[in-house]
Design a protein around this ligand. Structure first.
Ligand SMILES: Nc1ncnc2c1ncn2[C@@H]1O[C@H](COP(=O)(O)OP(=O)(O)O)[C@@H](O)[C@H]1O
Ligand SMILES: [Mg+2]
Length: 354
């Protein structure tokens, strides 16, 4: 097979941007590739100047290209300028939005949306709140808020968020007519998340909570590329496997210099409604160990209680449905910790390097 730029570009699809589940070709980071005899010159524009990320990228590119038949020498230039598009070039603060707080998890079903919704509602006591459902495959907000209201657009093509319980909401679920499974391709996901950030009238908002889908994919990347995220809250169950994956999620945020505010352990025990005793269904102490390993605080521990699920299914999240429930108090404590933490961190200057 002839040594062509196309073939080598294709080979580079095996190189992922460190921490993310996406390759550098798809992310537009390979800006130039030239072959001269057995020497390959690659220009990369990784949109970051973190030395460990650059080192890792260079090593991966060298390894992948070096393994291609006919390639002798690999020369890599890491550019902060170049012909290609800087993947972080669009990053700018959202007008009128104080802090963007991401709620993330490694796995689905750990209660990320439940935490995002109740955190957002608890934060509403401390400021103006928006809640962006970035899980376009499995939007949760219509059910959790019991509304299918369609957001309307203004003449200027701006989207007005839906208002419920004093907070502003946007979700792909508000734009779909039925709850049939949706298959969006990666670029579409990125486009939707981008629109939900940029084309929705969020301001004035003190806290924009973003409910991310599980994992380290397109929505996560779009978020950090588009806006300065003040920090992320990571939701996990106490199980060991969940905790292992959480390490990956933490690494992803570290790669793009987004502080992890802390960990929320959800379903951290079952409180027997009859006798009040707590049974650690999924084990215990895992999130403590995790928080310690990564040097981030354990911000809340939410037990498995039927009222949480019922509230979510009926459109009345526990924080508003039963404000004096011990779990609601946990969520208010979480909101206070998050607010204190983001105030301490301040706003990441728009356009700051990743
Ligand atoms: N602490 C909890 N107690 C009881 N049920 C919970 C709790 N947290 C989440 N659930 C339920 O578990 C299911 C999954 O939660 P969800 O927030 O949708 O997870 P994710 O967004 O991570 O996929 C939902 O039915 C939700 O009501
Ligand atoms: Mg969810």
């Amino acid at each position: 097979m002839a040594l062509t730029p196309e073939r080598l570009r294709d080979a580079l699809r095996a190189v992922r941007f460190p921490g993310f589940n996406r390759d550098i070709v798809r992310l537009g980071m390979v800006t130039d590739l030239a072959i001269e005899g057995g020497t390959v010159r690659v220009h990369l524009r990784p949109g970051t100047d973190k030395p460990e990320v650059l080192r890792q990228l260079a090593a991966d590119v060298e390894r992948v290209l070096g393994a291609e038949p006919g390639v002798g020498k690999v020369e890599i230039r890491l550019a902060s300028e170049g012909r290609g598009k800087d993947p972080f070039a669009e990053r700018a603060a959202l007008p009128g939005v104080g802090h963007v707080v991401a709620v993330a998890s490694a796995k689905g079903g750990v209660g990320k949306s439940t935490v995002a919704v109740n955190l957002a509602l608890a934060l509403a006591r401390l400021g103006r709140v928006g809640l962006l459902d970035a899980d376009v495959y499995g939007p949760s907000l219509p059910i959790m808020f019991g509304t299918a209201e369609r957001p309307h657009a203004t003449a200027a093509k701006r989207i007005q968020p839906v208002e419920r319980h004093g907070i502003r909401l946007i979700s792909m679920g508000f734009f779909l007519d039925e709850q049939s499974p949706v298959i969006w391709r990666g670029p579409l996901v990125m486009g939707i998340v981008r629109q939900f950030l940029r084309d929705v009238d969020w301001g004035p908002t003190d806290y924009l909570v973003v409910d991310l889908p599980p994992g380290t994919g397109d929505a996560q990347l779009t978020l950090v590329q588009q806006v300065p995220v003040t920090g992320a809250v990571i939701v996990t169950t106490p199980q060991d496997v969940a905790l292992l994956d959480v390490g990956r999620t933490m690494a992803m945020f570290a790669q793009v210099s987004t502080p992890v505010l802390g960990v929320v352990e959800n379903m951290s025990g079952y409180v027997c409604p009859q006798c009040g005793t707590e049974d650690p269904v999924f084990g215990r102490g895992g999130a403590d160990a995790l928080a310690e390993r990564f040097g981030v605080p354990l911000m809340a521990r939410i037990p498995l209680v039927p009222e949480v699920r019922e509230g979510g299914d009926r459109g009345h999240p526990i924080v508003v449905a039963t404000p004096d429930h011990p779990v609601s108090m946990q969520f208010r404590g979480l909101a206070e910790r998050v607010a204190a933490e983001v105030a301490r961190l301040g706003v990441v200057p728009a356009g700051a390097s990743a």
